[in-house]
Write a new protein. Structure first.
Lengths: 288, 352, 230
């Protein structure tokens, strides 16, 4: 019983991180109706950036956020402005295929620069530390990641609900053509949105790199988990993505209990089964 | 009663001229080429044979991907699942029942088709980009399943035992011919399908699903048929490809690289055209033979080329060729619809 | 003065507007009359930047502004109220207005002033915009354009589907806007109302201006002929 509880809690904590992976995807899907196939690869880019910053500046991973978050924001802004704006809003193919090509480019660039070896961050004091609640042990780092994830969801919710930027996002998600009529400047706005998405990716990537070894080819798996979180949660629903992520995390860890190599498999399986049961996700608010 | 004004169409996008098509010369030319290729085992070495096996099987896989994406509107990133399923069924059944692999090939095709039917259940609830990534999820599941299945050899995979019964020349020749059949056959199937009612149905659905449904086009059934056909082609090509390598492993046969190569070929050659994959395959292998030594930089270059093509010339090499030379050899030209969102955003400037 | 000069617009190969010349000055109310498919919406969308046209086909105070983006036209004070209201369902009434006000220009039309003029809207501020009645939504849609303080307001299908009372409210608002200096071009299906509410009119048929003139002196028979093409 204690094991089941512990697995559940670990799964929820892991799932919160997956939800954070999915947060960025959810935003760009909602506002720009676009899946960035290279989404997971950019999470890995963030991880490598963090590693680099730690090496060059000799700082702890969390401190490297100061550099990584702005750097990723700028990267996202530039990517959207220079490349992705050319394919947004047109046929469904172009964004998919362009970002697919981007994914290949990034994975190989990372491999050239950092070799194909897996790498891990020295998370310092935090890694491996935990505390006991009854007979269940909870890791500090997973708890931290989950808390940051929930915090970011809350902040994003506030951003979307209360700010001008959020209003523009909702307007564009509703009706891009009319949004243009009341002054939403597509090119710049989308660039800012993608910048924000990348800032979220940056935070997710630091937390991810602190708890898991990563390599240049780790991207696609992150994308799949992000995707599952978003689709299960229901499109257009921010908090749905959080729920979706939690479900995937729990499914994976219970699956790993059953058979150690099959964690992700069970995550995928649960995803498909739930998709069959509720094709629009739990909290769908937007037509696909 | 004044004359009803009609649409004022400025110009025929072909420039008014009917496109050039192969006339009676085409069938003869094709037969000649196939005959020459069929005789290859007698005048070429094993290395060339092996290369051509790769060419034909990859062409077939790319062609199948193009059918799905360009004519069915289904971008299937997870297409590589069928490569794995086709090759594993071939190896497993041949090994288990000690059967001649070539006789098992049609069974492998059947297995893949069946898998496609089963996959369609969950997958057809998704569309667009969601379908694309959904098939990827499914493909990953099949890979992990194969990786963790003991009697399929788990991580180490399986050899094709029965192929040892054949001498080297025969083995290479038979595999080569199988690949030739797969390559030419997939093209022939594609051409036939696209000029059939199924093809018409698919193109109408792609242009406007609502209108097609209103006309009674069975959209889902059409897509399902295409899905199964494409899967069968892919599975067969995968099976033949691994007959050539003699060993099938999960990480190689259930590898995204198959889809990546297919995508590059189709994008470079011209998505949604029947000639595109032909050009694309030629370009792909030309590039590979020239630049593969550059390792990661080769892939970076390939990816960049694909990205650039999608942005600058979304119709690929064939569209450039066809536009300038105004040719349509097989009579199945179609263009990608520009704007799926229905917004009349920036229309073209009026022709001067 | 906002005017078009030899305006041509195409959707791909299909030409929707042929050599259209219209103009509207400050405080003027100009009616655009024509059946469905005549090109009225296309004309508006060409002026405001949703459809690309040549720079010399649209002039604002003797500056060629054709072909610029919707954002830039908004900055210049040319705003479109689109057909079908098109309020944002995910935003409240107030948020719809705030969005436009923030993106638009400073001027006499603030959200406060709008609520003063249309007191019926004030208590509805927090409600989802599309939960209002048709008439109320149209008022919000026009208000949304007004709070961007346009010099020229283009209103597509002003009264379609509205009750007579709602139509009165809508025209009341438009007249207030016009009185404040804004030039207004509106599309109105009911010919009589179009002529009685406007200073001048244009009849559009199949992308061409067939008739124009002073509304007060309009010959109904000629207008009907231009409208129906009989």
């Amino acid at each position: 019983m204690a094991i089941a509880c512990e697995t559940l809690i670990d799964g929820l904590l892991l799932g919160a991180l997956y939800a954070l992976f999915g947060l960025g995807l959810s935003i760009s899907l909602g506002v720009m109706r676009m899946i960035n196939i290279a989404h997971g690869d950019f999470i890995v880019v963030g991880a490598y950036l963090t590693s680099l910053t730690m090496q060059l500046a000799g700082v702890q991973p969390l401190a490297s956020l100061i550099v990584v978050v702005p750097a990723m924001f700028i990267l996202g802004w530039l990517l959207q402005r220079l490349l992705l704006n050319r394919v947004v809003g047109g046929s469904m193919f172009a964004p998919l295929l362009v970002t697919f090509g981007l994914s290949v480019i990034i994975q190989n660039l990372l491999q050239e620069t950092f070799t194909a070896d897996t790498r891990s961050l020295q998370a310092g004091d935090i890694a491996g530390r935990g505390f006991e609640v009854g007979s269940i042990s909870i890791g500090i780092l997973p708890l931290l990641s989950a808390s940051v994830a929930v915090l970011l969801f809350a902040l994003t919710h506030l951003l979307v609900a209360r700010t001008h930027f959020g209003r523009q996002s909702r307007a564009v998600a509703d009706d891009p053509a009319t949004a243009r009529l009341i002054g939403v400047d597509d090119k710049n706005f989308f660039a800012v949105v993608t910048g924000f998405v990348f800032a979220v990716i940056a935070i997710a990537s630091v937390l991810y790199a602190m708890r898991t070894p990563f390599s240049p080819s780790a991207g696609p798996e992150r994308l799949l988990y992000s995707f599952e979180a978003v689709v299960l949660g229901g499109l257009g629903s921010l908090w749905g993505t959080l729920v979706g992520g939690l479900v995937i995390g729990v499914a994976q860890l219970f699956g790993a209990r059953i058979s150690s190599g099959l964690g992700p498999f069970f995550g995928h399986l649960i995803f498909l089964l739930l998709l069959l049961a509720r094709p629009n996700g739990f909290f769908n608010r937007q037509a696909r | 009663m004044s004359e009803p004004a009609v649409l004022s169409v400025q110009r025929n996008d072909d420039g008014g001229a009917r496109p050039w098509r192969f006339a009676g010369g085409l069938p003869i030319a094709l037969v000649l080429v196939v005959v020459v290729l069929a005789l290859l085992p007698w005048y070429a070495d094993f290395a060339t044979e092996r290369l051509l096996v790769e060419v034909f099987t990859l062409f077939a896989i790319a062609f199948a991907w193009n059918l799905l994406a360009g004519y069915g509107g289904m971008v299937a990133i997870g297409q590589y699942a069928f490569v794995g399923i086709g090759s594993y069924s071939l190896f497993a059944i041949s090994d288990a029942f000690h059967l001649n692999p070539w006789l098992v090939l049609p069974i492998a095709t059947l297995c893949t088709a069946t898998a496609a039917l089963i996959f369609a259940g969950p997958m057809f609830r998704l569309s667009g980009a969601y379908f694309a990534v959904g098939t990827w999820v499914l493909a990953e599941m099949t890979r992990i399943a194969a990786l963790n299945t003991g009697w399929l050899g788990a991580g180490a995979g399986m050899p094709l035992e029965m192929i040892g019964e054949f001498d080297r020349w025969s083995r290479n020749a038979y595999v080569y011919w199988a690949a030739l059949v797969v390559g030419v056959g997939s093209f022939a199937i594609g051409a036939v399908v696209l000029r059939s009612r199924l093809g018409l149905a698919l193109m109408s659905v792609r242009d406007s699903e609502a209108a097609a449904l209103a006309c009674g086009v069975p959209a889902t059934r059409a897509r399902l048929s295409l899905w199964v056909i494409a899967a069968a082609i892919t599975g067969t090509a995968g099976a033949v490809s691994y007959m050539s390598t003699l060993q099938v492993t999960p990480d190689a046969s259930f590898s995204l690289n198959w889809t990546a190569s297919a995508i590059f070929i189709v994008v470079l050659g011209g998505i949604g055209t029947i000639e595109g994959p032909v050009i694309g395959t030629a370009v792909y292998f030309a590039l590979r033979e020239t630049f593969a030594d550059f390792g990661a930089w080769y892939f970076i270059g390939l990816g960049s080329l694909a990205v650039a093509t999608m942005i600058v010339a979304p119709g690929g090499a064939w569209s450039l060729l066809a536009r300038y030379a105004n040719i349509d050899p097989f009579g199945i030209r179609r263009r990608m619809p520009d704007d799926a969102s229905g917004n009349h955003r920036r229309s073209d400037d009026c022709p001067a | 003065m906002l005017r078009t000069e030899g305006l041509r617009a195409c959707y791909g190969l299909f030409q929707a507007l042929f050599d259209v010349n219209i103009r509207v000055g400050p405080s003027e109310m100009v009616a655009l009359i024509g059946s469905n498919g005549a090109g009225k919406s296309t004309l508006f969308r060409s002026i405001v930047g949703s459809v690309r046209v040549s720079p010399q086909s649209v002039w604002l105070d003797d500056v060629a502004v054709g072909g610029d983006s919707e954002r830039r036209q908004l900055d210049r004070g040319v705003v479109l109220v689109p057909e079908g209201r098109r309020l944002f369902p995910s935003l409240s009434v107030l948020e719809n207005l705030q969005l436009a006000a923030r993106n638009g220009r400073r001027g006499q039309w603030t959200i406060e002033r709008l609520f003063d003029e249309l007191s019926v809207l004030r208590p509805l501020g927090k409600r989802p915009a599309t939960s209002l009645s048709g008439g109320q939504q149209q008022l919000v849609a026009i208000g949304r354009a007004l709070v961007a303080n346009p010099s020229y307001l283009l209103c597509d299908e002003v009264s379609l589907g509205l009750s007579p009372l709602a139509v009165t409210d809508v025209y009341g608002l438009l007249r207030k806007a016009s009185a404040g200096g804004t030039g207004i071009v509106l599309v109105e299906q009911t010919v009589n109302r179009a002529l009685s509410e406007s200073d001048r009119f244009y009849c559009l048929q199949k992308g061409r201006v067939m008739l124009e003139g002073e509304s007060a002196a309009a010959d109904r028979a000629k207008v009907a002929e231009a409208y129906f093409g009989v």
